[in-house]
Design a binder for this molecule. Structure first.
Ligand SMILES: C[S@@+](CC[C@H](N)C(=O)[O-])C[C@H]1O[C@@H](n2cnc3c(N)ncnc32)[C@H](O)[C@@H]1O
Length: 416
């Protein structure tokens, strides 16, 4: 068994959908909970950190070394045994952290009990140790990295599953520094455009279905972004080894996108400049022609026009007007693109969604209108998996932040 726990990000269903899209058909999904997805992989992850770097929505990957029935509450014994087995010869102090996932409440006391017992067992074996948990809370990724637990210590996880409790050792940690470097240090940024966070761009690219968790080799697929803005989808796709094509109605924006692409090529040696399949071009996406795309793309991943930036929730009239404008543009884009694309081309696209305290306002008729133009809606959480794991089969998923008015609703269409 190659049991792994993927600890999910804040938007756990989107994180789940992303993982489901990069697994191999031979991998077996064991459990899906709010905070973790448990999977029996058909082969061990050879480069877990490389695999995690390809997933925008996963916080940690942990290898499961013990399974307990839900009635068992002695989590400390299997952890102590694991640490003693690995570190019995160690003469310097061992640092470790412990986090619990998917426990409803009051887990601080359980973390405290487990940590005290583990420390005692290690001491009885003459292993000097210190845990890094503050106030018996879960350990943050920044602390795990800061304390170098991955290099010289251990980060441990107790995950409450539907049928079992899983005990796991972290083998990869989300590289938050790299995401922030890509987001904030790229040369061209324009907040007014509504720049996509690199993590979300990566999740959307993975949802297109051309990437695999363990496949680091050159991807021969071509990805096209017809509303490319400053190029976040394109630069993330370059990192995922796609050949990319991009266009935007606004030529000035393309200068920024080119700067960002060149910056990525310089910063990341894994990117080959030939992956930019043709120069970025200025074009209204609603009037694309086949001569614009000498290479027919295998997938389209794009954050479409989100409408004007909003400081406050627009009133019903303005919202209707904005939605109407976005909707018109997108319908014209999908209608016009249909004859240019091959059957089965996947299109992952984000639509604007306005968020108020109580609900999310979305363009409810748009997906059905797109379906009528010769596209199929592909649920982001497939129906069979949803049924097996007691989830709702989500057709689309929303990515938003509590402090933002305009959120994003992610959809996947297949050209029929
Ligand atoms: C939300 S931005 C995309 C941002 C991009 N994902 C990024 O991270 O930089 C939408 C882009 O759509 C472009 N746009 C709007 N209407 C368009 C159209 N009809 N055809 C092509 N591009 C269009 C805008 O110029 C803008 O750059």
């Amino acid at each position: 068994m190659n049991l792994y726990a993927f600890i999910l990000g804040r938007k756990h269903l989107l994180s789940t959908a992303e993982i489901l899209h990069v697994l191999d058909p031979k991998d077996h999904i064991v459990d899906i909970t709010h905070e973790a997805l448990i999977v029996d992989l058909h082969e061990t992850l050879k480069e877990p950190q490389e695999s995690l770097n390809r997933l925008g929505g996963t916080i940690k990957i942990a290898k499961i070394f013990s399974e307990l029935s839900l009635s068992q509450s002695d989590f400390a014994s299997p952890i102590s045994e694991h640490l003693i087995r690995l570190f019995s010869d160690r003469d310097t102090k061992l640092s470790y952290g412990l986090s619990m996932y998917n426990f409803s409440h009051g887990y601080d006391r359980q973390i405290k009990n487990a940590l005290m017992k583990i420390k005692k067992s290690l001491k009885s074996e003459e292993i000097k140790s210190r845990f890094i948990n503050k106030n018996f809370k879960n350990v943050k990724n920044a602390a795990i990295a800061g304390e170098k637990l991955m290099e010289d210590g251990m980060d441990l996880n107790i995950i409450n599953g539907t049928h079992n409790t899983y005990i796991a050792e972290t083998v990869a940690l989300q590289d938050f520094k790299s995401y922030s470097h890509r987001d904030y240090n790229r040369p061209a940024r324009d907040a007014k455009l509504g720049m996509l966070p690199p993590k979300l761009a990566q999740m959307m690219i993975n949802l297109a279905g051309f990437t695999k968790l363990s496949d680091q080799s050159q991807n021969t697929s071509t990805l096209y972004d017809p509303f490319c803005g400053m190029g976040t989808v394109l630069t993330e796709a370059l990192l995922l080894k796609f050949n990319v094509v991009g266009s935007d109605i606004n030529g000035e924006v393309l200068e920024g996108a080119n700067k960002n692409i060149n910056w990525h090529i310089q910063e990341f040696s894994t990117i080959n400049s030939s992956q930019l399949a043709q120069p970025l071009f200025a074009k209204d996406a609603t009037s694309l022609e086949s001569k614009d795309l000498p290479q027919i793309p295998d997938c389209i991943v794009t954050e479409s026009y989100l409408g004007p930036p909003q400081k406050h929730l627009p009133d019903a009239k303005i919202m209707k007007k904005n939605f109407h404008h976005i909707q018109e543009t997108l319908i014209r884009f999908f209608r016009n693109a249909h004859p240019l694309l091959n059957p089965n081309t996947s299109i992952v696209i984000s639509f604007a969604a306005y968020r108020d305290k109580n609900r999310i306002h979305t363009m409810d008729q748009l997906p059905e209108q797109i379906r009528n133009l010769g596209y199929k809606i592909e649920p982001l959480i497939p129906k069979d998996i949803a049924a097996r794991h007691n989830l709702k089969s989500e057709q689309s998923l929303v990515y938003d932040r509590p402090d933002q008015i305009v959120g994003r609703q992610i959809w996947k269409f297949i050209r029929t």
